[in-house]
Ligand binder design. Structure first.
Ligand code: NA7
Length: 540
């Protein structure tokens, strides 16, 4: 049997932060490669989520690429937390700077990916009818890439304009003078709501669960800070590499009750005024583990919210009923202040659920409100959504969606048994924290595995059952130590019918990095490397 011709050695699916980097790394390593992206531009999450005020809530220079000091030096982020247009410009710059665009095909969505047992290759079909054959398939399809719409009766009957934050059109949406509804108050909703309230005739916010929103504390990066960032490149890289969740924030050194009440108040004030995720990563060491410490912080935040929101009824609805950190906390700019505008109102869906969407608007037990625009800020099928929708079939024609019917099983959040030569860096079980930092390490690992297989003359790479079991057991065992509750979308529970399984990596970066280091040291012994039957036959 002749060895099989492939169109490319490596086919990457997804042109977001992870896919772009993976494409760069495999080309650099001397493989032939191509990238397929469903959007009409690169950026992935940062292409689709282009709603007003969409922005990073990790610091720009910690979320962006760190593999090239030249790139780091030449791109001056304008703000500590960059907005979507700047992020999209950056990713396009990276694509051009590293001459990747000629390998990228836009506007093509994968509908099926089939592994050939005999050939050891993947045949990937896209919705434009094209088939591509690749030795290795890398699904860099993202954690938050499949928008979720709740099954609200009549959703398609609405006569006005509807948008999902995760599928935002490239043409600007004109909210000026319009009656607007926003459903959902997660990270996306709370970024968007103040921007709409500034221009709309009226804005009605439909909230099911109030979140602990704290200030993002964004600001422009000053020229002095720009110079310091450049001077500190190596130490920034080192800190991000070694920190527990991939942030620069310095962890605190004591628990909440080691301080006096006065000291605690002053400390919380500092936290409230600190940037982004430092409220989680630099807060008292026991803030997520000791309910009493958590309560103190929540009480402080209630004081802040109460001081901002004038109307007592609205204020009461905005106070969450869960502990801080049980759900992914959003970061905001002017969010609570928005509810003081006479044109803005808040509907609590726990007391008045949506009954139906009609041609004219949204009906709850309180009656019908009419709208010109409805925005669904209702989140995503997190973690497994995209992988389960790609029509992936592995050895013996087994479907990934069936294999993961009870939740995913992975090694390092990168591979799973039964699906040789398939990698999914940035996938479920990989990260907890600043995603690109984890995904970058996973991409480097995948590239290392591919290079190793080439060196030993193998063309089929499959993770061992034992290695996958070890990693998945670690995830499932330590899921209960995570601060997130099972009602968080990190367990998939926002999507009805989805198995409730932890979809992050509870071991954080230390566990990911130590396991990767051990795997490399052991000569990638967690993988079974072989030659495909077609290749072996041709050697005879
Ligand atoms: P999230 O954080 O999943 O938020 C989705 C929001 O939509 C949240 O407020 C949900 O309420 C709400 N939702 C979901 N289903 C319904 C129904 N059926 N009725 C009413 N409201 C509903 O998604 P985001 O896009 O905001 O953020 C995703 C990530 O992007 C974020 O974590 C960052 O990583 C960036 P619920 O809380 O479920 O009661």
């Amino acid at each position: 049997m002749e060895p099989v011709d492939v169109d490319v050695d490596v086919l990457v699916v997804g042109g977001g932060i992870v896919g772009i980097y993976q494409l760069h790394r495999v080309l650099e390593a001397g493989f032939t490669a191509a990238l397929i992206e469903a959007g009409n531009g690169v950026g992935g999450t940062w292409y689709w989520n282009r709603y007003p005020q969409a922005r990073f809530d990790s610091e720009s220079y910690t979320y962006a690429y760190l593999f090239s000091e030249e790139l780091f030096d030449e791109w001056e982020w304008q703000e500590h937390f960059a907005a979507q247009p700047e992020i999209e410009r950056y990713l396009n710059h990276v694509v051009d700077r590293f001459d990747l665009r000629r390998h990228i095909r836009l506007g093509a969505r994968v509908t099926a990916a089939r592994f050939g047992d005999e050939t050891g290759t993947w045949t990937v079909r896209t919705d434009d009818g094209t088939e591509t054959r690749a030795r290795f398939l890398v699904a860099a399809t993202g954690l938050l890439s499949v928008p979720f719409y709740p099954a609200v009766p009549g959703r398609d009957d609405f006569g006005g304009e509807s948008y999902h934050t995760g599928l935002w059109p490239t043409e600007p949406v004109d909210f000026a003078g319009k009656r607007v509804a926003v459903i959902g108050t997660g990270s996306s909703g709370v970024q968007l709501i103040p921007a709409i309230a500034d221009v709309a005739a009226s804005l009605t916010v439909y909230q099911r669960t109030a979140n602990w929103c704290t200030p993002l504390n964004n600001r422009p990066i000053t020229p002095d800070e720009q110079s310091a960032l450049r001077a500190d490149f190596e130490s920034i890289r080192h800190t991000l590499y070694t920190s527990a969740s991939g942030f620069l924030h310095v962890p605190h050194d004591r628990g909440a009750f080691e301080d006096t009440p006065e000291e605690r108040l002053a400390f919380f004030e500092g936290m409230w005024n600190s940037p982004g995720f430092s409220k989680m990563t630099s807060n008292y060491t026991d803030i997520l583990t000791d309910p009493a410490a958590n309560d103190e912080w929540c009480r402080f935040m209630i004081g802040k919210i109460s001081a901002i929101v004038d109307d007592p009824e609205t204020r009461a609805k905005l106070i969450p009923d869960h502990r801080y950190g049980q759900r992914r906390p959003p970061f905001v700019t002017g969010y609570y202040e928005t509810f003081n505008k006479p044109t803005v109102s808040l509907v609590d869906l726990k007391t008045t659920p949506i009954l139906q969407v009609t041609h004219d608007g949204i009906e709850t037990a309180d009656g019908l409100r009419e709208f010109d625009i409805i925005v669904w800020a209702t989140g995503f099928d997190f973690g497994t959504g995209a992988l389960n929708r790609m029509g992936i079939t592995g050895r013996g024609g087994i479907a990934l969606v069936d294999e993961w019917a009870d939740g995913p099983s992975t090694y390092l959040g990168v591979v799973c048994r039964g699906f040789p030569n398939l990698f999914f860096p940035g996938g479920p079980h990989g990260a907890t924290g600043n995603n690109p930092r984890y995904a970058g390490d996973q991409v480097d690992f995948v590239t290392g595995v591919l290079v190793h297989a080439r060196e030993v003359g193998a063309d089929v790479i499959e993770v061992s059952e034992a290695a996958e079991e070890r990693w998945s057991d670690m995830v499932n065992t330590y899921a209960s130590t995570s601060p997130f509750s099972e009602s968080s979308y990190f367990f998939g529970s926002n999507v009805p019918g989805k198995p409730v399984r932890y979809l992050l990596n509870p071991g954080g970066r230390p566990k990911l990095l130590s396991t990767i280091a051990r795997a490399v040291r052991d000569g990638y012994g967690d993988f079974e490397l072989s030659r495909s039957p077609a290749r072996t036959g041709s050697d005879r």
